[in-house]
Design a protein around this ligand. Structure first.
Ligand code: G3P
Ligand code: MG
Length: 247
């Protein structure tokens, strides 16, 4: 029986992304100021295999660039802004994973790092992320590597077996237990609206950590905690932490 990999009851999703540009150092700083102890960030790689913190395959929605992130060198990506159009955060850079880790270390925050490969880059993305984590993540801070990509998780399992892993799903698949065992995952991260009470009971009784995305209303978080869910990813961590009286 495995032990859940504990993150926090409220995890700042892409940083405090409801009030600052997602997946930026500003969103991490704001999450910290909001009282969050842990953030979720997405990572993908440049054409020269350097991990950057970014959600989409394309640069268009959140940055000053365009096209596939994986088609650009790290040096090219370093010159982009990622303010997502937020006037008060104008010029906020697109961060390398290395820079996000340095900030989290300074702030003493935990991290759920979602490996977010562009399709076809499942292996190099996981390898590059694991290398940075091995070199830089402080051993005493909470860390979970998660992914929708089973291929990326298998690479992480084989490359960095000591780092806790989570399988991400939208709907919980019938073979969740087999998949999490195969990938040696300690957690299952799932879409909140699709989780049933019976699934939550079975998953937590199997010894897995259970975390749900994306939860921005405290009543929904409350109902999930009542079902045994260990924590939720929220774009508005401050609101949830305050409304739920989380220490
Ligand atoms: O890691 C949980 C959640 O972030 C997964 O979905 O699309 O927000 O990365 P997405
Ligand atoms: Mg994510």
């Amino acid at each position: 029986m495995t032990e859940p990999a504990v993150l926090a009851k409220v995890i700042a999703h892409r940083g405090a992304s409801g009030d600052a540009p997602e997946n930026t150092l500003a969103a991490i700083n704001l999450a910290h100021q909001s009282g969050a102890t842990c953030v979720e960030l997405d990572a993908s790689i440049s054409s020269d295999n350097i991990p950057f913190v970014h959600h989409d395959d394309s640069l268009d929605r959140c940055t000053s660039g365009s096209g596939y992130l994986c088609a650009h060198t790290a040096e090219e990506l370093d010159s982009l802004t990622a303010d997502s159009g937020w006037e008060q955060y104008k010029g906020e850079p697109l961060p390398r994973l290395q820079a996000a880790i340095a900030l989290l270390t300074r702030l003493q925050m935990g991290l759920n790092l979602e490996i977010k490969p562009t399709p076809g880059l499942e292996e190099p993305t996981a390898l590059a992320v694991c290398e940075i984590i091995r070199e830089s993540w402080p051993i005493d801070l909470p860390l979970v590597l998660s992914s929708f990509s089973r291929e990326s998780l298998a690479v992480a399992r084989d490359t960095l077996p000591g780092a806790a892993r989570a399988l991400i799903v939208c709907a919980v698949p019938a073979d969740w237990q087999h998949q999490t065992q195969l990938l040696q995952c300690r957690n299952l991260h799932t879409a909140a609206p699709l989780l049933t009470a019976e699934q939550a009971k079975n998953i937590t009784e199997a010894g897995l950590g259970l975390y749900c995305f994306t939860v921005n209303k405290s009543a929904e978080a409350h109902a999930l905690f009542d079902m045994g869910v260990h924590g939720v990813f929220s774009d508005y961590p401050q609101k949830l932490i305050n409304e739920l009286n989380i220490e």
